[in-house]
Design a protein around this ligand. Structure first.
Ligand code: DAH
Length: 347
């Protein structure tokens, strides 16, 4: 048996010397080391030898296996080098050809819009605070002055994550970025606050050209000792003029949100027709850009700020809608359907 092994080794090493191509090498490997190779067969048969021969033969066979494998690897490297040298010589490989261009990506239109918004508010001293997407019923509604069964909850169709009936405060996907207001206040008390809270929001809604069930908002919150409605209007006006153009006019309308008192909505004169009336502004001359108001005393207290000493304003901006207006996009579904022909226009 040992003799047979020695012979096998000599023969294998010799025929390895003769391998010239990668195919030769493959064949060689199958013949000796592969699953059906000669050495593999010997290794398998060790078990059936008389017990006193097993250790010696087994050890020898393994040594040979290691040597053959090492020789194979060395030879394979040699063959590869030879083959490359031959190809280069034959001119099969033109190293002067230009490389294939690697397409470079770019930021998504939503990301770009968000960054424009961050930059404008950063100039006014607002920090970015990212709150969470999965919220409790309490944060999303209750602490924002919408106790269970409050009719205003109907304004937000909700994706529930846990059973409504069995939890004290079930989990949901936030329907707006406003719950972040409570989180910032509880974290920052008793500091004054000036933050924006960007993030994705979710609503259980029919998807149409005007509404997605997933979209971004940027919430704003300022809390301080003497913050007034004038500060809010000034902030929104400054934002609108930086984002939509210096000549924009602002209109403030009274509105209602449970978490602000008083509540307003801010419009700009239509960026397409300048207020004369057109299809984009539905012939009203105005486009809504934000819901806002003075933070409701109940909300301030829920955040830990005594409403007799503190006041604040809050606003909620869309992200996709402003981008649609700015770039003349007429279907919100284009943002997240990953059609490169659409996305590449905003590179
Ligand atoms: N959370 C409101 C919504 O999603 C938007 C909003 C309105 C936010 C008024 C505010 C605000 O902070 O003061 O419809």
């Amino acid at each position: 048996m040992l003799e047979q092994l020695a012979q096998l080794e000599t023969e294998a090493l010799q025929s390895l010397e003769e391998a010239r191509t990668l195919e030769d090498l493959d064949r060689w490997y199958h013949a000796y080391l592969g699953r059906k190779g000669a050495l593999t067969a010997i290794l398998r048969s060790v078990g059936s030898l008389p017990p006193e021969e097993r250790p010696v033969v087994g050890q020898r066979a393994n040594e040979i296996k290691q040597r053959l494998e090492a020789a194979y690897n060395a030879r394979a490297e040699g063959v590869r080098q030879d083959q490359l040298a031959r190809e280069l010589e034959a001119g099969a490989l033109d190293v002067t050809l230009p490389g294939r261009p690697v397409g470079s990506g770019h930021l998504h239109i939503t990301t770009r819009t968000l960054r424009q918004i961050y930059a404008i508010f950063a100039e006014m001293g607002f920090q970015v605070y990212e709150a969470r997407d999965v919220e409790t019923d309490e944060m999303n509604f209750g602490l924002l002055n919408m106790p269970p069964h409050h009719p205003a909850r109907e304004m937000w169709d909700t994706f529930w994550i846990s059973e409504r009936a069995t939890h004290a405060s079930p989990l949901l996907l936030r329907t707006h970025t406003s719950p972040g207001q409570i989180r910032v206040m509880r974290e920052r008390y008793p500091e004054p606050i000036r933050v924006i809270l960007p993030g994705k929001c979710y609503r259980y809604e029919q998807i149409t050209a005007r509404s997605e069930h997933q979209f971004f908002q940027v919430e704003g919150l300022a809390v301080g000792r003497r913050i007034t409605m004038t500060d809010l209007i000034g902030t929104l006006t400054a934002f609108a003029r930086r984002f939509y153009g210096a000549e924009r006019r602002i209109r403030i309308r009274g509105s209602y949100f449970p978490f602000t008192e008083p509540s307003i909505e801010a419009d700009i004169d239509c960026i397409l027709c300048g207020g004369k009336g057109c299809r984009v502004c539905k012939y009203s001359g105005w486009l809504e850009i934000a819901g806002a108001g003075m933070v409701h005393p109940v909300v301030l207290s829920n955040g830990g700020y005594n409403p007799d000493e503190w006041s604040g304003f809050a606003f909620g901006l869309g992200v996709e809608r402003p981008a649609m207006l700015k770039y003349g996009i007429d279907d919100i579904r284009l943002f997240y359907s990953n059609d490169l022909r659409f996305l590449r226009q905003f590179g």
